[in-house]
Design a protein around this ligand. Sequence first.
Ligand code: EPS
Length: 415
Amino acid sequence: MLRFLTAGESHGPGLVAILEGLPAGVAVSEAAIREDLARRQAGYGRGGRMKIETDYAVIQSGVRHGRTLGSPISLLIENRDFSTGNGPDGKPWTHTMSKEPVEDEVTPIHRLRPGHADTPGIAKYAAEDARDILERSSARESTARVAVGAVCRAFLAEFGIEVHSHVTNIGGVEARSVEPIDWAAVEASPVRCADPVASKAMTEAIDAAREDGDSVGGIIEVIATGAPIGLGSHIQWDTKLSTKLIAAVGSLNAVKGVEFGTGFAQANERGSKVHDVIKPTEEWERKPDGSWARPWPRRSNNAGGLEGGMTTGEPLVVRAVVKPIATLRAPLPTVDTATGEPAEAHYERSDVTFVPTCGVIGEAMVLITLAEAMLEKFGGDHVDETKRNHAAYLATVGPRTSAAPTRTRANKASG
Ligand code: EPS
C-alpha cells in the first residue's frame, strides 16, 4: 500500500513528508525533485513569498546511492521565510511562530477572511488567533505534496507513464483548445497555458485584479498518458480510480469542482455523441514483438480515460476549477471574533492567483494516485518485479482471439 503524510505550517521552520510503499530500485534524486518544486514556485500572479523561498527537499531516508530502498522516504523542506522574514506585525516569524510560549504578545488575527479556512477553523479548534488555522491551511503545504509527487513521477516513468498539466482558464479568459499540446510551450508560458493569445490575456486579467486589490481563479487540466487499461476497479465505491482521483484533486487548496474528459458538458449531449467508439483492430498499433502497443483504442476520449472507475488506456484527463484566493487587499466585510462587531477582513501578503501553480500540484496528486493504483494492480517489492507483472498483464488484455497475440497465446503468436 502506498501512503503519504505531510506536516508543517506555512511560516514554521519547514515542511515534512513521508512516503511509504514505493518499491526498491527506483532512481530518485533531490535534483529531480527540485525540478518539480521550481515549477510549483513559478507562475504569474504569485506574491512576494516565492522570491524568498528556493524550495528544496532534502531526502532524509529511504534512498541509497540514488535508488529507493523500499523503506519510508522522508523529505524535509526548509521555510526560508521562518529564519529570515517578519510577519505582518513586523515581528520575526521565529517569534510569531515560536514553538515555546512568548512573553511579548503576538498580534492575533480576529478579522476572519470569508472564503478561507479561518472561520470554520477557529470555531472547530477553539482558536483565539486565526493564525492557528491559516498556517496549516495555507497552500504552502502543497510544496510537500509536489515533492512526494516528484518521487512518484520517477516510479511511473519506469512504465512510460507521464503526467503534465496546463491552465485552460484564468479569471474568465478561456484558452483555445490546442492539439497536440506543446508541453515545453506550456512550461514557458507565465501562466502555464498552451494558447499564447489567451496566455497574454490571462496575465492582463491578473494585473487588473491586482490593481483592484482583488484575486482571480480558473481551471487547470491534468493529463496522464501511458497508464495501462484496467487500473482501479468497478467493484466498490472506494476502489474506483475515479473516486480516488476526485478526492486527490479535490483536496487541493481552493478547488471547488473536478471533472473527467468532457465532464459537465456531457449534460448537453446525447449518448451517441458522448461515448468513445472503439477502433477496429486493423487500426491498432503493434509493438515490434507483435503485441498490441495499446489495446482497445478509441476514436475520441470524452470519458477522460475512465470507464466504470477503471482506466481505459486512453489519456487520463482531469480538470479542476480553482476559486479566487480568499485573501484580498481590498477586504470583504466580516465580523471581529473578539468584539462581535463588523470589520474588514484581515489582509497579509498573498497571491493574486494561484491557478498556474495549482496545475503542478494537481499533477502531484495524480502522480501519487496513479502510483498507488499501479502498485495495487502489480505489487512488487523491487520495481523490476512490478515491471515483470505489468508486462505479463499487458500480454493478456487484447481481444480473446487466436489471431491476436494476447493472453496466454502471446508467446506462441510472437514466437
Ligand atoms: C505559498 C505560500 C504563501 C502564499 C500562498 C502559497 O506564502 P505567504 O502566505 O507567506 O505569502 O504565497 O498561499 C496561498 C495561496 C494560500 O491560500 O494560503 C506557497 O508556498 O505556495
